[in-house]
Design a binder for this molecule. Structure first.
Ligand SMILES: [Zn+2]
Length: 444
């Protein structure tokens, strides 16, 4: 009786537990918001001090690393914080208009460039715009950082894109040499083998490339941390193949063409492939065989469709091809865990499209499809991918390129003729080879 009464009294006279909790949560929220704002204020002030070079680089670097750790804690890519800082410190300088980020395929060149663009924009209070190099906006807006990617071909060197590359570079050089002052900055992210290959052609644009950030291989122990944290520590099976993965193994396989960060990302995404990789250190082959083995799985049909079309777009859905493959648009499930292993939403385009989460996964799918049904690929795959990844048999091929036999080359040439693109690619080795085959046949 007494107890009940005291409880009742407490309820009616004193503050309720709900109210106290509410007040505490509100205080915490206000405190959180104030501390975030304060943090930002301090960092902004610091970057201005740095730009006026009153702050030592080391001190600035520490501050930036700290802020990055807070903001990119959940980042699943192997991106080196120090590379981003070096990029941001270069690009944030008032007189620096462009930054070229150069590195080997799979060394997180676009991941690093994207973060430099975002981070730098945050400091300077700029906007960011990301575009393929051949899709220039009509005009560049002030107080914006533009990040252009896919130079010389989105998946690989397409061998006929130099004209478009120079067109874009001419345009950018024009923007920066204009009398009208502007606050525009540009990041050019390019594969180092292509940068070297076309260095003579790029010399003319020296000014756009004078501020370079070269993503070289990093120290082994830095990669070792990622191998442990992302691959080994997350696995509870003591006899799993992943336990044998080492940085040494990742750097000395048949796949040295591909940067270690991408290999770590792939083995994180596809943990079940770690044992295969330990037995055969060729990431392209392991991934290609994995895709081929999916044949009976639902996701395989979508891999096929997206590989052939280059992307999945709902506005230009190819109903006939989909029917051929045995899929319907309504069956694409972006939330499905299995689909997420391969595809990602391409946020860069205005319209929502789906692509493989890395161009390399696309390349592996292309290799798998070409191996199992080459003529179907020749007949239905987007011509850009074929031009970028297929080479005639007697030419030297890189790790990601495929040698095509004469029947396939001729069939592809016939297709180019029907869509009236054969003249445009007259200089491409596949077209030159087709002419040669034709000439030989006439002789016979
Ligand atoms: Zn494991």
């Amino acid at each position: 009786m007494f107890r009940n009464r005291s409880l009742l009294q407490y309820d009616s006279d004193g503050p309720s537990i709900g109210l106290i909790t509410g007040v505490v949560i509100l205080c915490l929220l206000v405190f959180g918001a104030v501390s975030v704002l304060f943090h930002r204020y301090v960092f902004r002030k610091r970057i201005r001090e740095y730009m006026k070079t009153t702050l030592e680089f080391e001190e600035f670097e520490e501050l930036m690393l700290h802020s990055q750790r807070e903001r990119h804690e959940k980042l699943d890519e192997v991106v080196a914080g120090r590379d981003i800082i070096h990029g941001v410190t270069k690009l944030s300088k008032e007189n620096v208009k462009s930054l070229a980020v150069i590195g080997i395929f799979g060394n997180s060149i676009s991941g690093t460039s994207r973060l430099i663009a975002l981070e730098c924009a945050e400091w300077l209070e700029f906007e960011t715009v990301q575009r393929p190099f051949d899709k220039l906006p009509e005009e560049l807006k002030d107080k914006t950082i533009y990040f252009f990617y896919g130079w010389f071909g989105y998946w690989n060197d397409d061998l006929c894109s130099l004209e478009q590359v120079t067109k874009t570079l001419d345009f950018l050089a024009g923007v920066f040499s204009s009398e009208k002052p502007n606050n525009i900055k540009v990041i050019i992210c390019m594969r180092s083998d292509l940068y070297d290959k076309y260095s003579t052609d790029l010399q003319k644009y020296e000014k756009l490339f004078e501020n370079r950030l070269e993503l070289t291989q990093r120290k082994r122990d830095e990669y070792g941390i990622h191998v442990d944290e992302k691959i080994k520590d997350r696995c509870k099976e003591s006899d799993c193949g992943c336990k044998a993965i080492t940085v040494d193994m990742l750097s000395k396989g048949k796949d040295t063409f591909i940067g270690i960060p991408l290999k770590i990302n792939i083995l994180t995404h596809f943990h079940e492939l770690t044992s295969h990789y330990v037995n055969d250190r060729d990431i392209l082959k392991v991934m290609k065989n994995h895709i081929t083995a999916l044949k009976e799985h639902d996701v395989y049909r979508w891999i096929k469709y997206i590989c052939l079309k280059g992307q999945l777009s709902h506005s230009v859905f190819d109903v006939d091809l989909a029917k051929d493959i045995g899929i319907g648009e309504e069956h694409f499930d972006e939330e499905n865990v299995y689909f997420k292993k391969y595809f990602t939403k391409n946020k860069l385009e205005k319209e929502e499209t789906y692509v493989f989460w890395h161009p390399f996964i696309y390349i592996c799918a292309f290799h798998s499809l070409y191996e199992t049904e080459a003529f179907f690929v020749i007949a239905h795959c987007n011509v850009d991918a074929i031009l970028q990844l297929l080479r005639p048999k007697d030419t030297v091929t890189s790790y990601i390129e495929i040698s095509a036999d004469e029947h396939h080359v001729s069939a592809f040439y016939e297709r180019l003729k029907t869509i009236n693109l054969h003249k445009k690619y007259d200089n491409h080795p596949l077209v030159r080879k087709a002419h040669q085959i034709g000439a030989e046949q006439i002789k016979k």
